[in-house]
Ligand binder design. Sequence first.
Ligand code: PLP
Length: 362
Amino acid sequence: MIPMVNLRQQYASNKQEIDAAILDALANTQFILGPNVQAFERESTDYLGIEHAVTCASGTDALHLALRAAGIGPGDEVITSPFTFIATAEAIRYVGATPVFVDIDPQTFNIDVDCVERAITPNTRAVMPVHLFGQPVDMTRLMPVCEAHHIEVIEDCAQSFGAHIEGKYTGTFGSFGCFSFYPSKNLNCYGDGGLVITHSEEHAANLRSLRNHGSQAQYQHDRIGYNSRLDELQAVILRINLQHIDDYNSRRRKVANLYNQQLAATDITLPFEDGIGHHVYHQYTLLSSQRDKIITALREAQIGCAIYYPIPLHKQPVFADDCKDVTLPVSERIVQECFSLPMNPELTAEQIDTICQTIKQA
Ligand SMILES: *Cc1c(COP(=O)(O)O)cnc(C)c1O
């Protein structure tokens, strides 16, 4: 069996360090916003080169809190990609705003900046680019467009911790960068977790209040907030994984290279790197008109594989009514052919051989 992600192996590699740090945190008993949460926030700002990092309970909450802190609400339009996890658009709806889906680039699968520009109306308040599968959106093109129209940029970095454009990390381009530490993400914990980063002191103060019942001083509440704090035990895991993130990301790139070499001689479309940003391969995603045949063969061989994503968001039942007149041909074509192979730092050359042989035989 070859799994998509291999947390068993990740834990085994760091077991002594994790077990000791978890026992310390248990003995310390500061379970809510304790020392590990504070240390992880500090260590994330150091790593990402940004002024403020505010942890929260999940990536979905990170997006929601950022939209609230940006003051986005009913009547506002937020432009985003239809080729992403549902949470990106859910968060827009949580604040009562309207998601506006625009098409993607057929090679990178990231939001198409020309389509963003064409979709801007007087009601557009924000754009939420998703650095999909670990490849940065071309922020050098997107930012000037948004700045010219005074539109906020809220980056969905759930799949791109450590990805950068010439050393500037994803999440540091816009007003907010939102991360998820769901167990399968490239920077992960062992439960739910999230983070919002920002350059603005005012935004950071708002985020800290929103995640903790709208309170800045204890039992004093100036707005309706949430219970959305990162768990202290998850922070322990995150501090350890953060120390390894560069190694994990570079091992992902090595896995991608091995796949590329072995699948080069097939008629499968390999992942495209646009050369603008540094791709961290949260997912290794291919296109093939023979997708179903390949997936069946992989499943029979007990090899993990998945379709990220089978339905573009504008075709999801929950959004279909509002998107009756929306046609996004690139997204609609890509979902018919895309599939993702096992991708994790623990994959061995031998396992990659097995996977590629199975695909070639199919
Ligand atoms: C995982 C993910 C999210 C949501 O993160 P959770 O921590 O699961 O809430 C949001 N956007 C994208 C692109 C994701 O991949």
